[in-house]
Each structure stands twice: as C-alpha cells, then as structure tokens.
Design a protein around this ligand. Structure first.
Ligand code: C5P
Length: 327
C-alpha cells in the first residue's frame, strides 16, 4: 500500500452556460461548455497514524485544508471556516469516502487516511474549486487505496458528487449535458491556448441562491440543444476573437441583479481593450479574455485597482485532466 499520494485537478470557466427550468428535484437541465483552467487544486492523502485496523470507522478519514487563493485578506478566515465545517459536507472527504466504500464493498482493505487540500481556487467563486478538490481526491484515493477504478467508474462517482466534478476530472474543453455532468471532450491537439484574467469579487455568491433568483424571474429556457450546436462546434478551434463572440451565460443577468459590484466590474472591463468577458458559472468571478499572456497581465494590473475588484488571477486554458503528481 502506498503511504502518500498526491493528485491535482483543474478549475473551470463556463464559456457557454444555458439553463432550462428546474425539474422536480429543483435541479436545472444545463447545456454548458466548460474550459478547464491552469489553476489546480492539490490533494494529498497519507496514512493516518491510527489507521492500521480494518475495523476503524469512516470517521477515521480526517481532512485539513490550506487556503492559498489570490486574495491575501481572505486566506486565514477561509481556512478557519472550511476547517470548522463538518467533513461530511466537504466534497473531497466525500470523494475519498466513496472510493473507500467501493474498496470495502469489493472485500478490499481500506485503512484510515488523512486528506490535505491545498486550495488555490477561490471558494464560492464560480470556478469549481470544491469540485476540483473532489476530482483530485478521487484520483488520489483510487491510487492510495489501490481501488483499481477505471475511467468510467471514476466518472460515475464524480457525477454522484456534483455537476462540475466530471469536467474537473476530464480536463480540456468539455460540453456538458444533463445537469452539466455528462461531459464529452471537445478539444483537439490543435485547440489554441486561451488567456484569461479571472476577476474576483470581495464576497462569494451561493450557487443555489443564484438559481433560486433565476427561477423566481422565470428566466429558464423551455428547451436546450441535445447535441453540440453548429455554432459551438467551432469552439475547439476558436482563437480569442472568435471565442469572444460565443461567450454566453444565462446566469449573468441574475447575478448582476443580485450584486451591484458586478455591474461596476463589467463597466470597468468595458473601458479596457479586453477581447471579451463572461460571468464564470454562477459567479461572482468574471472571466476576462485576453489576446495573449502579456495582454492578460496588463489587464490584470489595470483591473486590480478597481474598488469592486478583490484580486485578479492570470491563467490560461484548456488545462490537463486530474492526475497523480510526484510526491
Ligand atoms: O452539483 P452541485 O452540488 O455543484 O450544485 C450546487 C447547487 O447548484 C445545487 O444544490 C443546486 O441548487 C444548483 N444546481 C442546479 N442545477 C444544476 C447544477 C447545480 O440547480 N444543474
């Protein structure tokens, strides 16, 4: 049994996010194109010191999070908040628990474990930070417990953990159907790199709250495409200028109506020569598209001084899949 395993997984931006009306469960059918970003969460699993008995309960899986996001003011507060959460509510803990359960169900030995997350993706930012934790945790746990799960089993566990987890497992550029959780890779080796500035707000925005307001306004689409639209088939080969014309997020209007600071930030972006901008997921992070890395740095520098902006992160996509890292 390996005693220490490290894995990482990328965050994402939704290039396109179209939402239908909620179903009986209150969940929304989505049509979404995700670009994974070269901002990675890292999960380390080690054997916990009291882990040598097969009879230990699942609560013997401990979890600790180190927060290292771009906004320096929030790191300590967030780390305290996250570490005081019930582990059962932590997606990475649930991912490890799910792999451990599958090992036990198959008669295998699954000892206790300690999970450490190194978080660089802002929390409640619309960049799937929690989902990236879960994706990395699945890959790490599969190796740590020698679970032998194939790609399909990992994807099915990923779907059960959250709508964005499969895209964080896959990496690349994905189209998502269903709840956004049935993903297919769209990128090819010829897909250009896209350069982004992720513009962070001072406070997070709750995804369920944004969807509730979306429903109250009756904004849901009556139907969604069931295959990749002709327009969106261009995305895999799109350069920045072409991509800018395709960016579209149904939740942008709702999020802006809930948060006047987002209007201020979009206005500030309009005053720059950014190629395009779109709300990332349910926000409040805004993804600003640049021509190249230097342009991204210049935009980042300019937007950082806006009062409505907490911090910016220069990044690029698409990113590589969730993967094991060298210890
Ligand atoms: O799947 P995940 O746990 O990331 O979703 C967070 C919340 O976002 C859900 O509790 C739900 O309120 C909302 N959601 C939704 N429809 C989706 C995905 C998420 O309503 N397809």
């Amino acid at each position: 049994m390996t005693r220490r395993v490290i894995a990482s997984a990328p965050g994402k931006v939704n290039l396109v996010l179209w939402s239908g009306r909620p179903d009986a469960r209150g969940y929304h059918p989505l049509y979404s194109i995700f670009e994974t970003l070269r901002m990675r969460e890292t999960v380390t699993i080690t054997a916990s010191t009291s882990a040598h008995s097969e009879s230990r309960s699942l609560s013997e899986v401990s979890i600790h999070t180190v927060v290292d996001v771009a906004d320096p003011g929030t790191n300590t507060r967030l780390a305290t908040e996250i570490n005081s959460l019930d582990p059962h509510r932590n997606l990475a803990w649930r991912a490890v628990d799910a792999v451990r359960t599958s090992v036990k169900e198959n008669g295998g030995y699954a000892p206790g474990a300690a999970i450490e997350i190194h978080k660089t993706i802002p929390v409640a930012g619309g960049m799937a930070g929690g989902s990236a934790d879960a994706a990395a945790a699945l890959v790490a746990a599969n190796e740590f417990f020698q679970a032998g799960l194939d790609a399909e089993s990992i994807h099915s566990l990923a779907r059960s953990l959250g709508a964005d987890v499969p895209t964080c497992v896959s990496g690349g550029l994905n189209i998502g159907f269903g709840y956004g959780d049935h993903v297919t890779r769209l990128d090819t080796p010829a897909t250009p790199t896209h350069h982004w500035v992720m513009v962070l707000a001072h406070d997070g925005l709750s995804t369920p709250a944004v969807f509730r307001e979306f429903d109250r306004r009756g904004d849901g689409r009556s139907s969604l495409p069931e295959a990749v639209t002709q327009l969106h088939s261009q995305i895999a080969g799109a350069d920045a200028e072409e991509l800018a014309t395709l960016l579209d997020n149904d939740l942008e209007g709702v999020a802006r109506s809930m948060r006047s600071d987002l209007d201020a930030t979009f206005d500030a972006i309009d005053r720059t020569d950014a190629v395009g901008a779109v709300l990332s997921g349910s926000g409040p992070t805004i993804a600003v598209l640049a021509r190249d890395e230097d342009h991204a740095r210049a935009l980042s520098h300019r937007l950082e001084s806006e009062p409505s902006v907490a911090a910016t992160i220069v990044t690029a996509g698409p990113a590589q899949a969730a993967r094991l890292e060298d210890g």
